[in-house]
Design a protein around this ligand. Structure first.
Ligand code: SIN
Length: 321
């Protein structure tokens, strides 16, 4: 039996400067009463951080930010990285990554094998220090379709049996970029990955420093094998865990509008980029900023290790290439 109640977000002090409106019982809240085009007071920043820690992903509506305002908003919460360590950034805005409808077409050829977890991922877990958070801004949004889903990996951890939790607490796994199962990499994908190879070993269960919460840190698009298991053992265990984190009761689904913002704790969530847009004729354009993350630490106190590549650092003029 799952034990959802154990991980229901704990009550905390009522926010006094913003409105926080939960969207499901276990993940996601909409925030009102704040204008993100303006510099934010420290008290507002603290309340947004508290809402993020509790609800894992928070949403804002009607915030038509420019790229520079997006960077300014993100910078109130941490240090923006370069847009993407492998796939670049928006010309003239090195901290901004373009989430364009057809971005995968230049990376992968062919049809992926569709599994219940196909497309679910946590951002850039190939890096030894995946981003702490991601802030995605909707600009060009289809009239229907293109919703994004997030899942709460802390609740997913609690939903495993105690016996399985005790086992996965001891495991680590290897993460890297590769096309979805059944698809070939394009030459451009191969070249970009060779230019910035990123392979890391992370614990399967990591601990959020501020809360002590344990999260099932499995990122289906990146996590390829569990260290120390036979290949078939690893595959079957990962399939079980990937399918588990995609259970609908752990998730929230967000309908975008132009000017919508989604801000997620990348340490405690995975998300699913929509696939229905490929069968529609509409454009979809969003922009993402990621905040520099720390190296995750497992239940045993062991940090993640880089097998290939440097950490994904905060943007400086010298590392935007
Ligand atoms: C992302 O993976 O950061 C983008 C999600 C989306 O396209 O909705």
């Amino acid at each position: 039996m799952s034990t959802l109640a154990v991980a229901t977000p704990a009550p905390n002090a009522e926010p006094r400067h913003i409105g926080v409106h939960p969207l499901t019982g276990l993940i996601g809240a909409e925030i009102s009463g704040v204008d993100l085009t303006q510099p934010l007071d420290a008290a507002v920043v603290d309340e947004i951080k508290a809402a993020l820690l509790k609800w894992k992903v928070v949403f804002f509506r009607d915030q038509p930010l420019t790229h520079d305002q997006h960077v300014a908003f993100a910078s109130a919460f941490g240090a923006p990285t370069v847009g993407h360590p492998v796939f670049g950034f928006v010309e003239g805005h090195p901290q901004v990554y373009s989430v364009a409808r057809d971005r995968f077409a230049e990376r992968h050829v062919g049809e992926p094998l569709i599994r219940p977890w196909t497309g679910w991922h946590t951002d850039v877990t190939a890096a030894v220090n995946p981003p702490a958070a991601s802030i995605l801004r909707g600009v060009d949004i289809p009239p229907y379709g293109g919703d994004t889903l997030w899942t709460n990996l802390a609740v997913a951890y609690q939903g495993l049996s105690e016996t399985l939790r005790a086992f996965v607490d001891t495991l680590r796994g290897v993460h890297y970029f590769s096309p979805p199962e059944g698809q070939e990499a394009t030459e451009s994908f191969i070249k970009k990955n060779q230019a910035r190879p990123l392979v890391s070993e992370h614990p399967l269960v990591s601990v959020i420093p501020e809360s002590g919460e344990r999260v099932l840190f499995v990122s289906p698009s990146f996590l390829k094998r569990v260290t120390g298991l036979h290949p078939r053992e690893s595959q079957q265990l990962l399939e079980l865990l990937f399918e588990h984190i995609a259970r609908p009761e752990y998730t929230v689904r967000f309908r975008w509008q132009p000017g919508s913002i989604a801000f997620w704790d990348n340490r405690a969530t995975a998300h699913l980029a929509p696939r229905d847009i490929f069968s529609l004729d509409f454009n979809r354009q969003l922009y993402r900023i990621t905040l520099r993350g720390e190296v995750p630490v497992g239940v045993d106190g062991r940090p993640s290790t880089a097998i290939k590549g440097d950490p994904f650092e905060a943007y400086t003029p010298s590392n935007a290439h």
